[in-house]
Design a protein around this ligand. Sequence first.
Ligand code: ZN
Length: 281
Amino acid sequence: MRLANLSGRATIVVDGRAIDVATASAGALSSDPMVLSDLANHDALRNLAASAVAADWPELDEAQLGAPVPRPPKGYGVGLNYKQHAIESGRDMPTEPHLFAKTENCVCGPFDEIVIPQGLTEIDYETELVIVFGRTCKQATRENAWSFLAGVTCGQDISDRGEQFRPPLKQFTIAKSYDTFGPTGPYLVTADELADPDALELKGTVSGEVMQEANTNDLIFDVPALVVWLSRYITFQPGDVVWTGTPGGVGEARGRFLRAGDVVETEIAGIGRMRNPVVER
Ligand code: ZN
């Protein structure tokens, strides 16, 4: 299934048409997009998708899409999770995942503006696969890890490098959680839609220039490994999201930071493409 937040309403996308979940279910399911990331609703959503006559529904207008999970109860990001990115940042390979939080306020949609606070000059892009939990998860195993996930989406983990590495202590969570620093979308895609959910091509461009190109099969800690490690001591809930880390080619390594007028495009094969303009204010 391809699931979306269309103008703030839960939507199933079938053949480019937008099936409104609340209307199609005659109110049995809420219009709140958060219903999409709860696996308890997925059988009902699949039934709606199967029984809907797509032609009866309006064509999807991508420009009206918001974050598929607009209010994640928890959000984390993984640092240094591609070998190439670890090398370019001059750091040792991690032997276990390193996490920071990305808070709800930073979440924005696939075509929303990324807002640089005035005067900041080291704002960076990070193209990432975002996983979305769909049911209560504690102490997952590699074998059952994917079964806890409602699906995946594209993400940007926008970062203020100046603040992130400000001496004497690093400060990842604040530097990666400014308002609009967590674009996600355009769709929440269930794993069964993807030929191999552990091998997804990602591409990140800034103003048309390809900056990042990789495959999630290069992750140091793949999706099952992250789910296992994260759920050792923390219980995950439907709607919790994790940015799984960025490949090489970030602005910090290139000396090319984001500035007003840039357009950040983020594409993952089988999921879709986000297009976020950059403004300063
Ligand atoms: Zn990141």
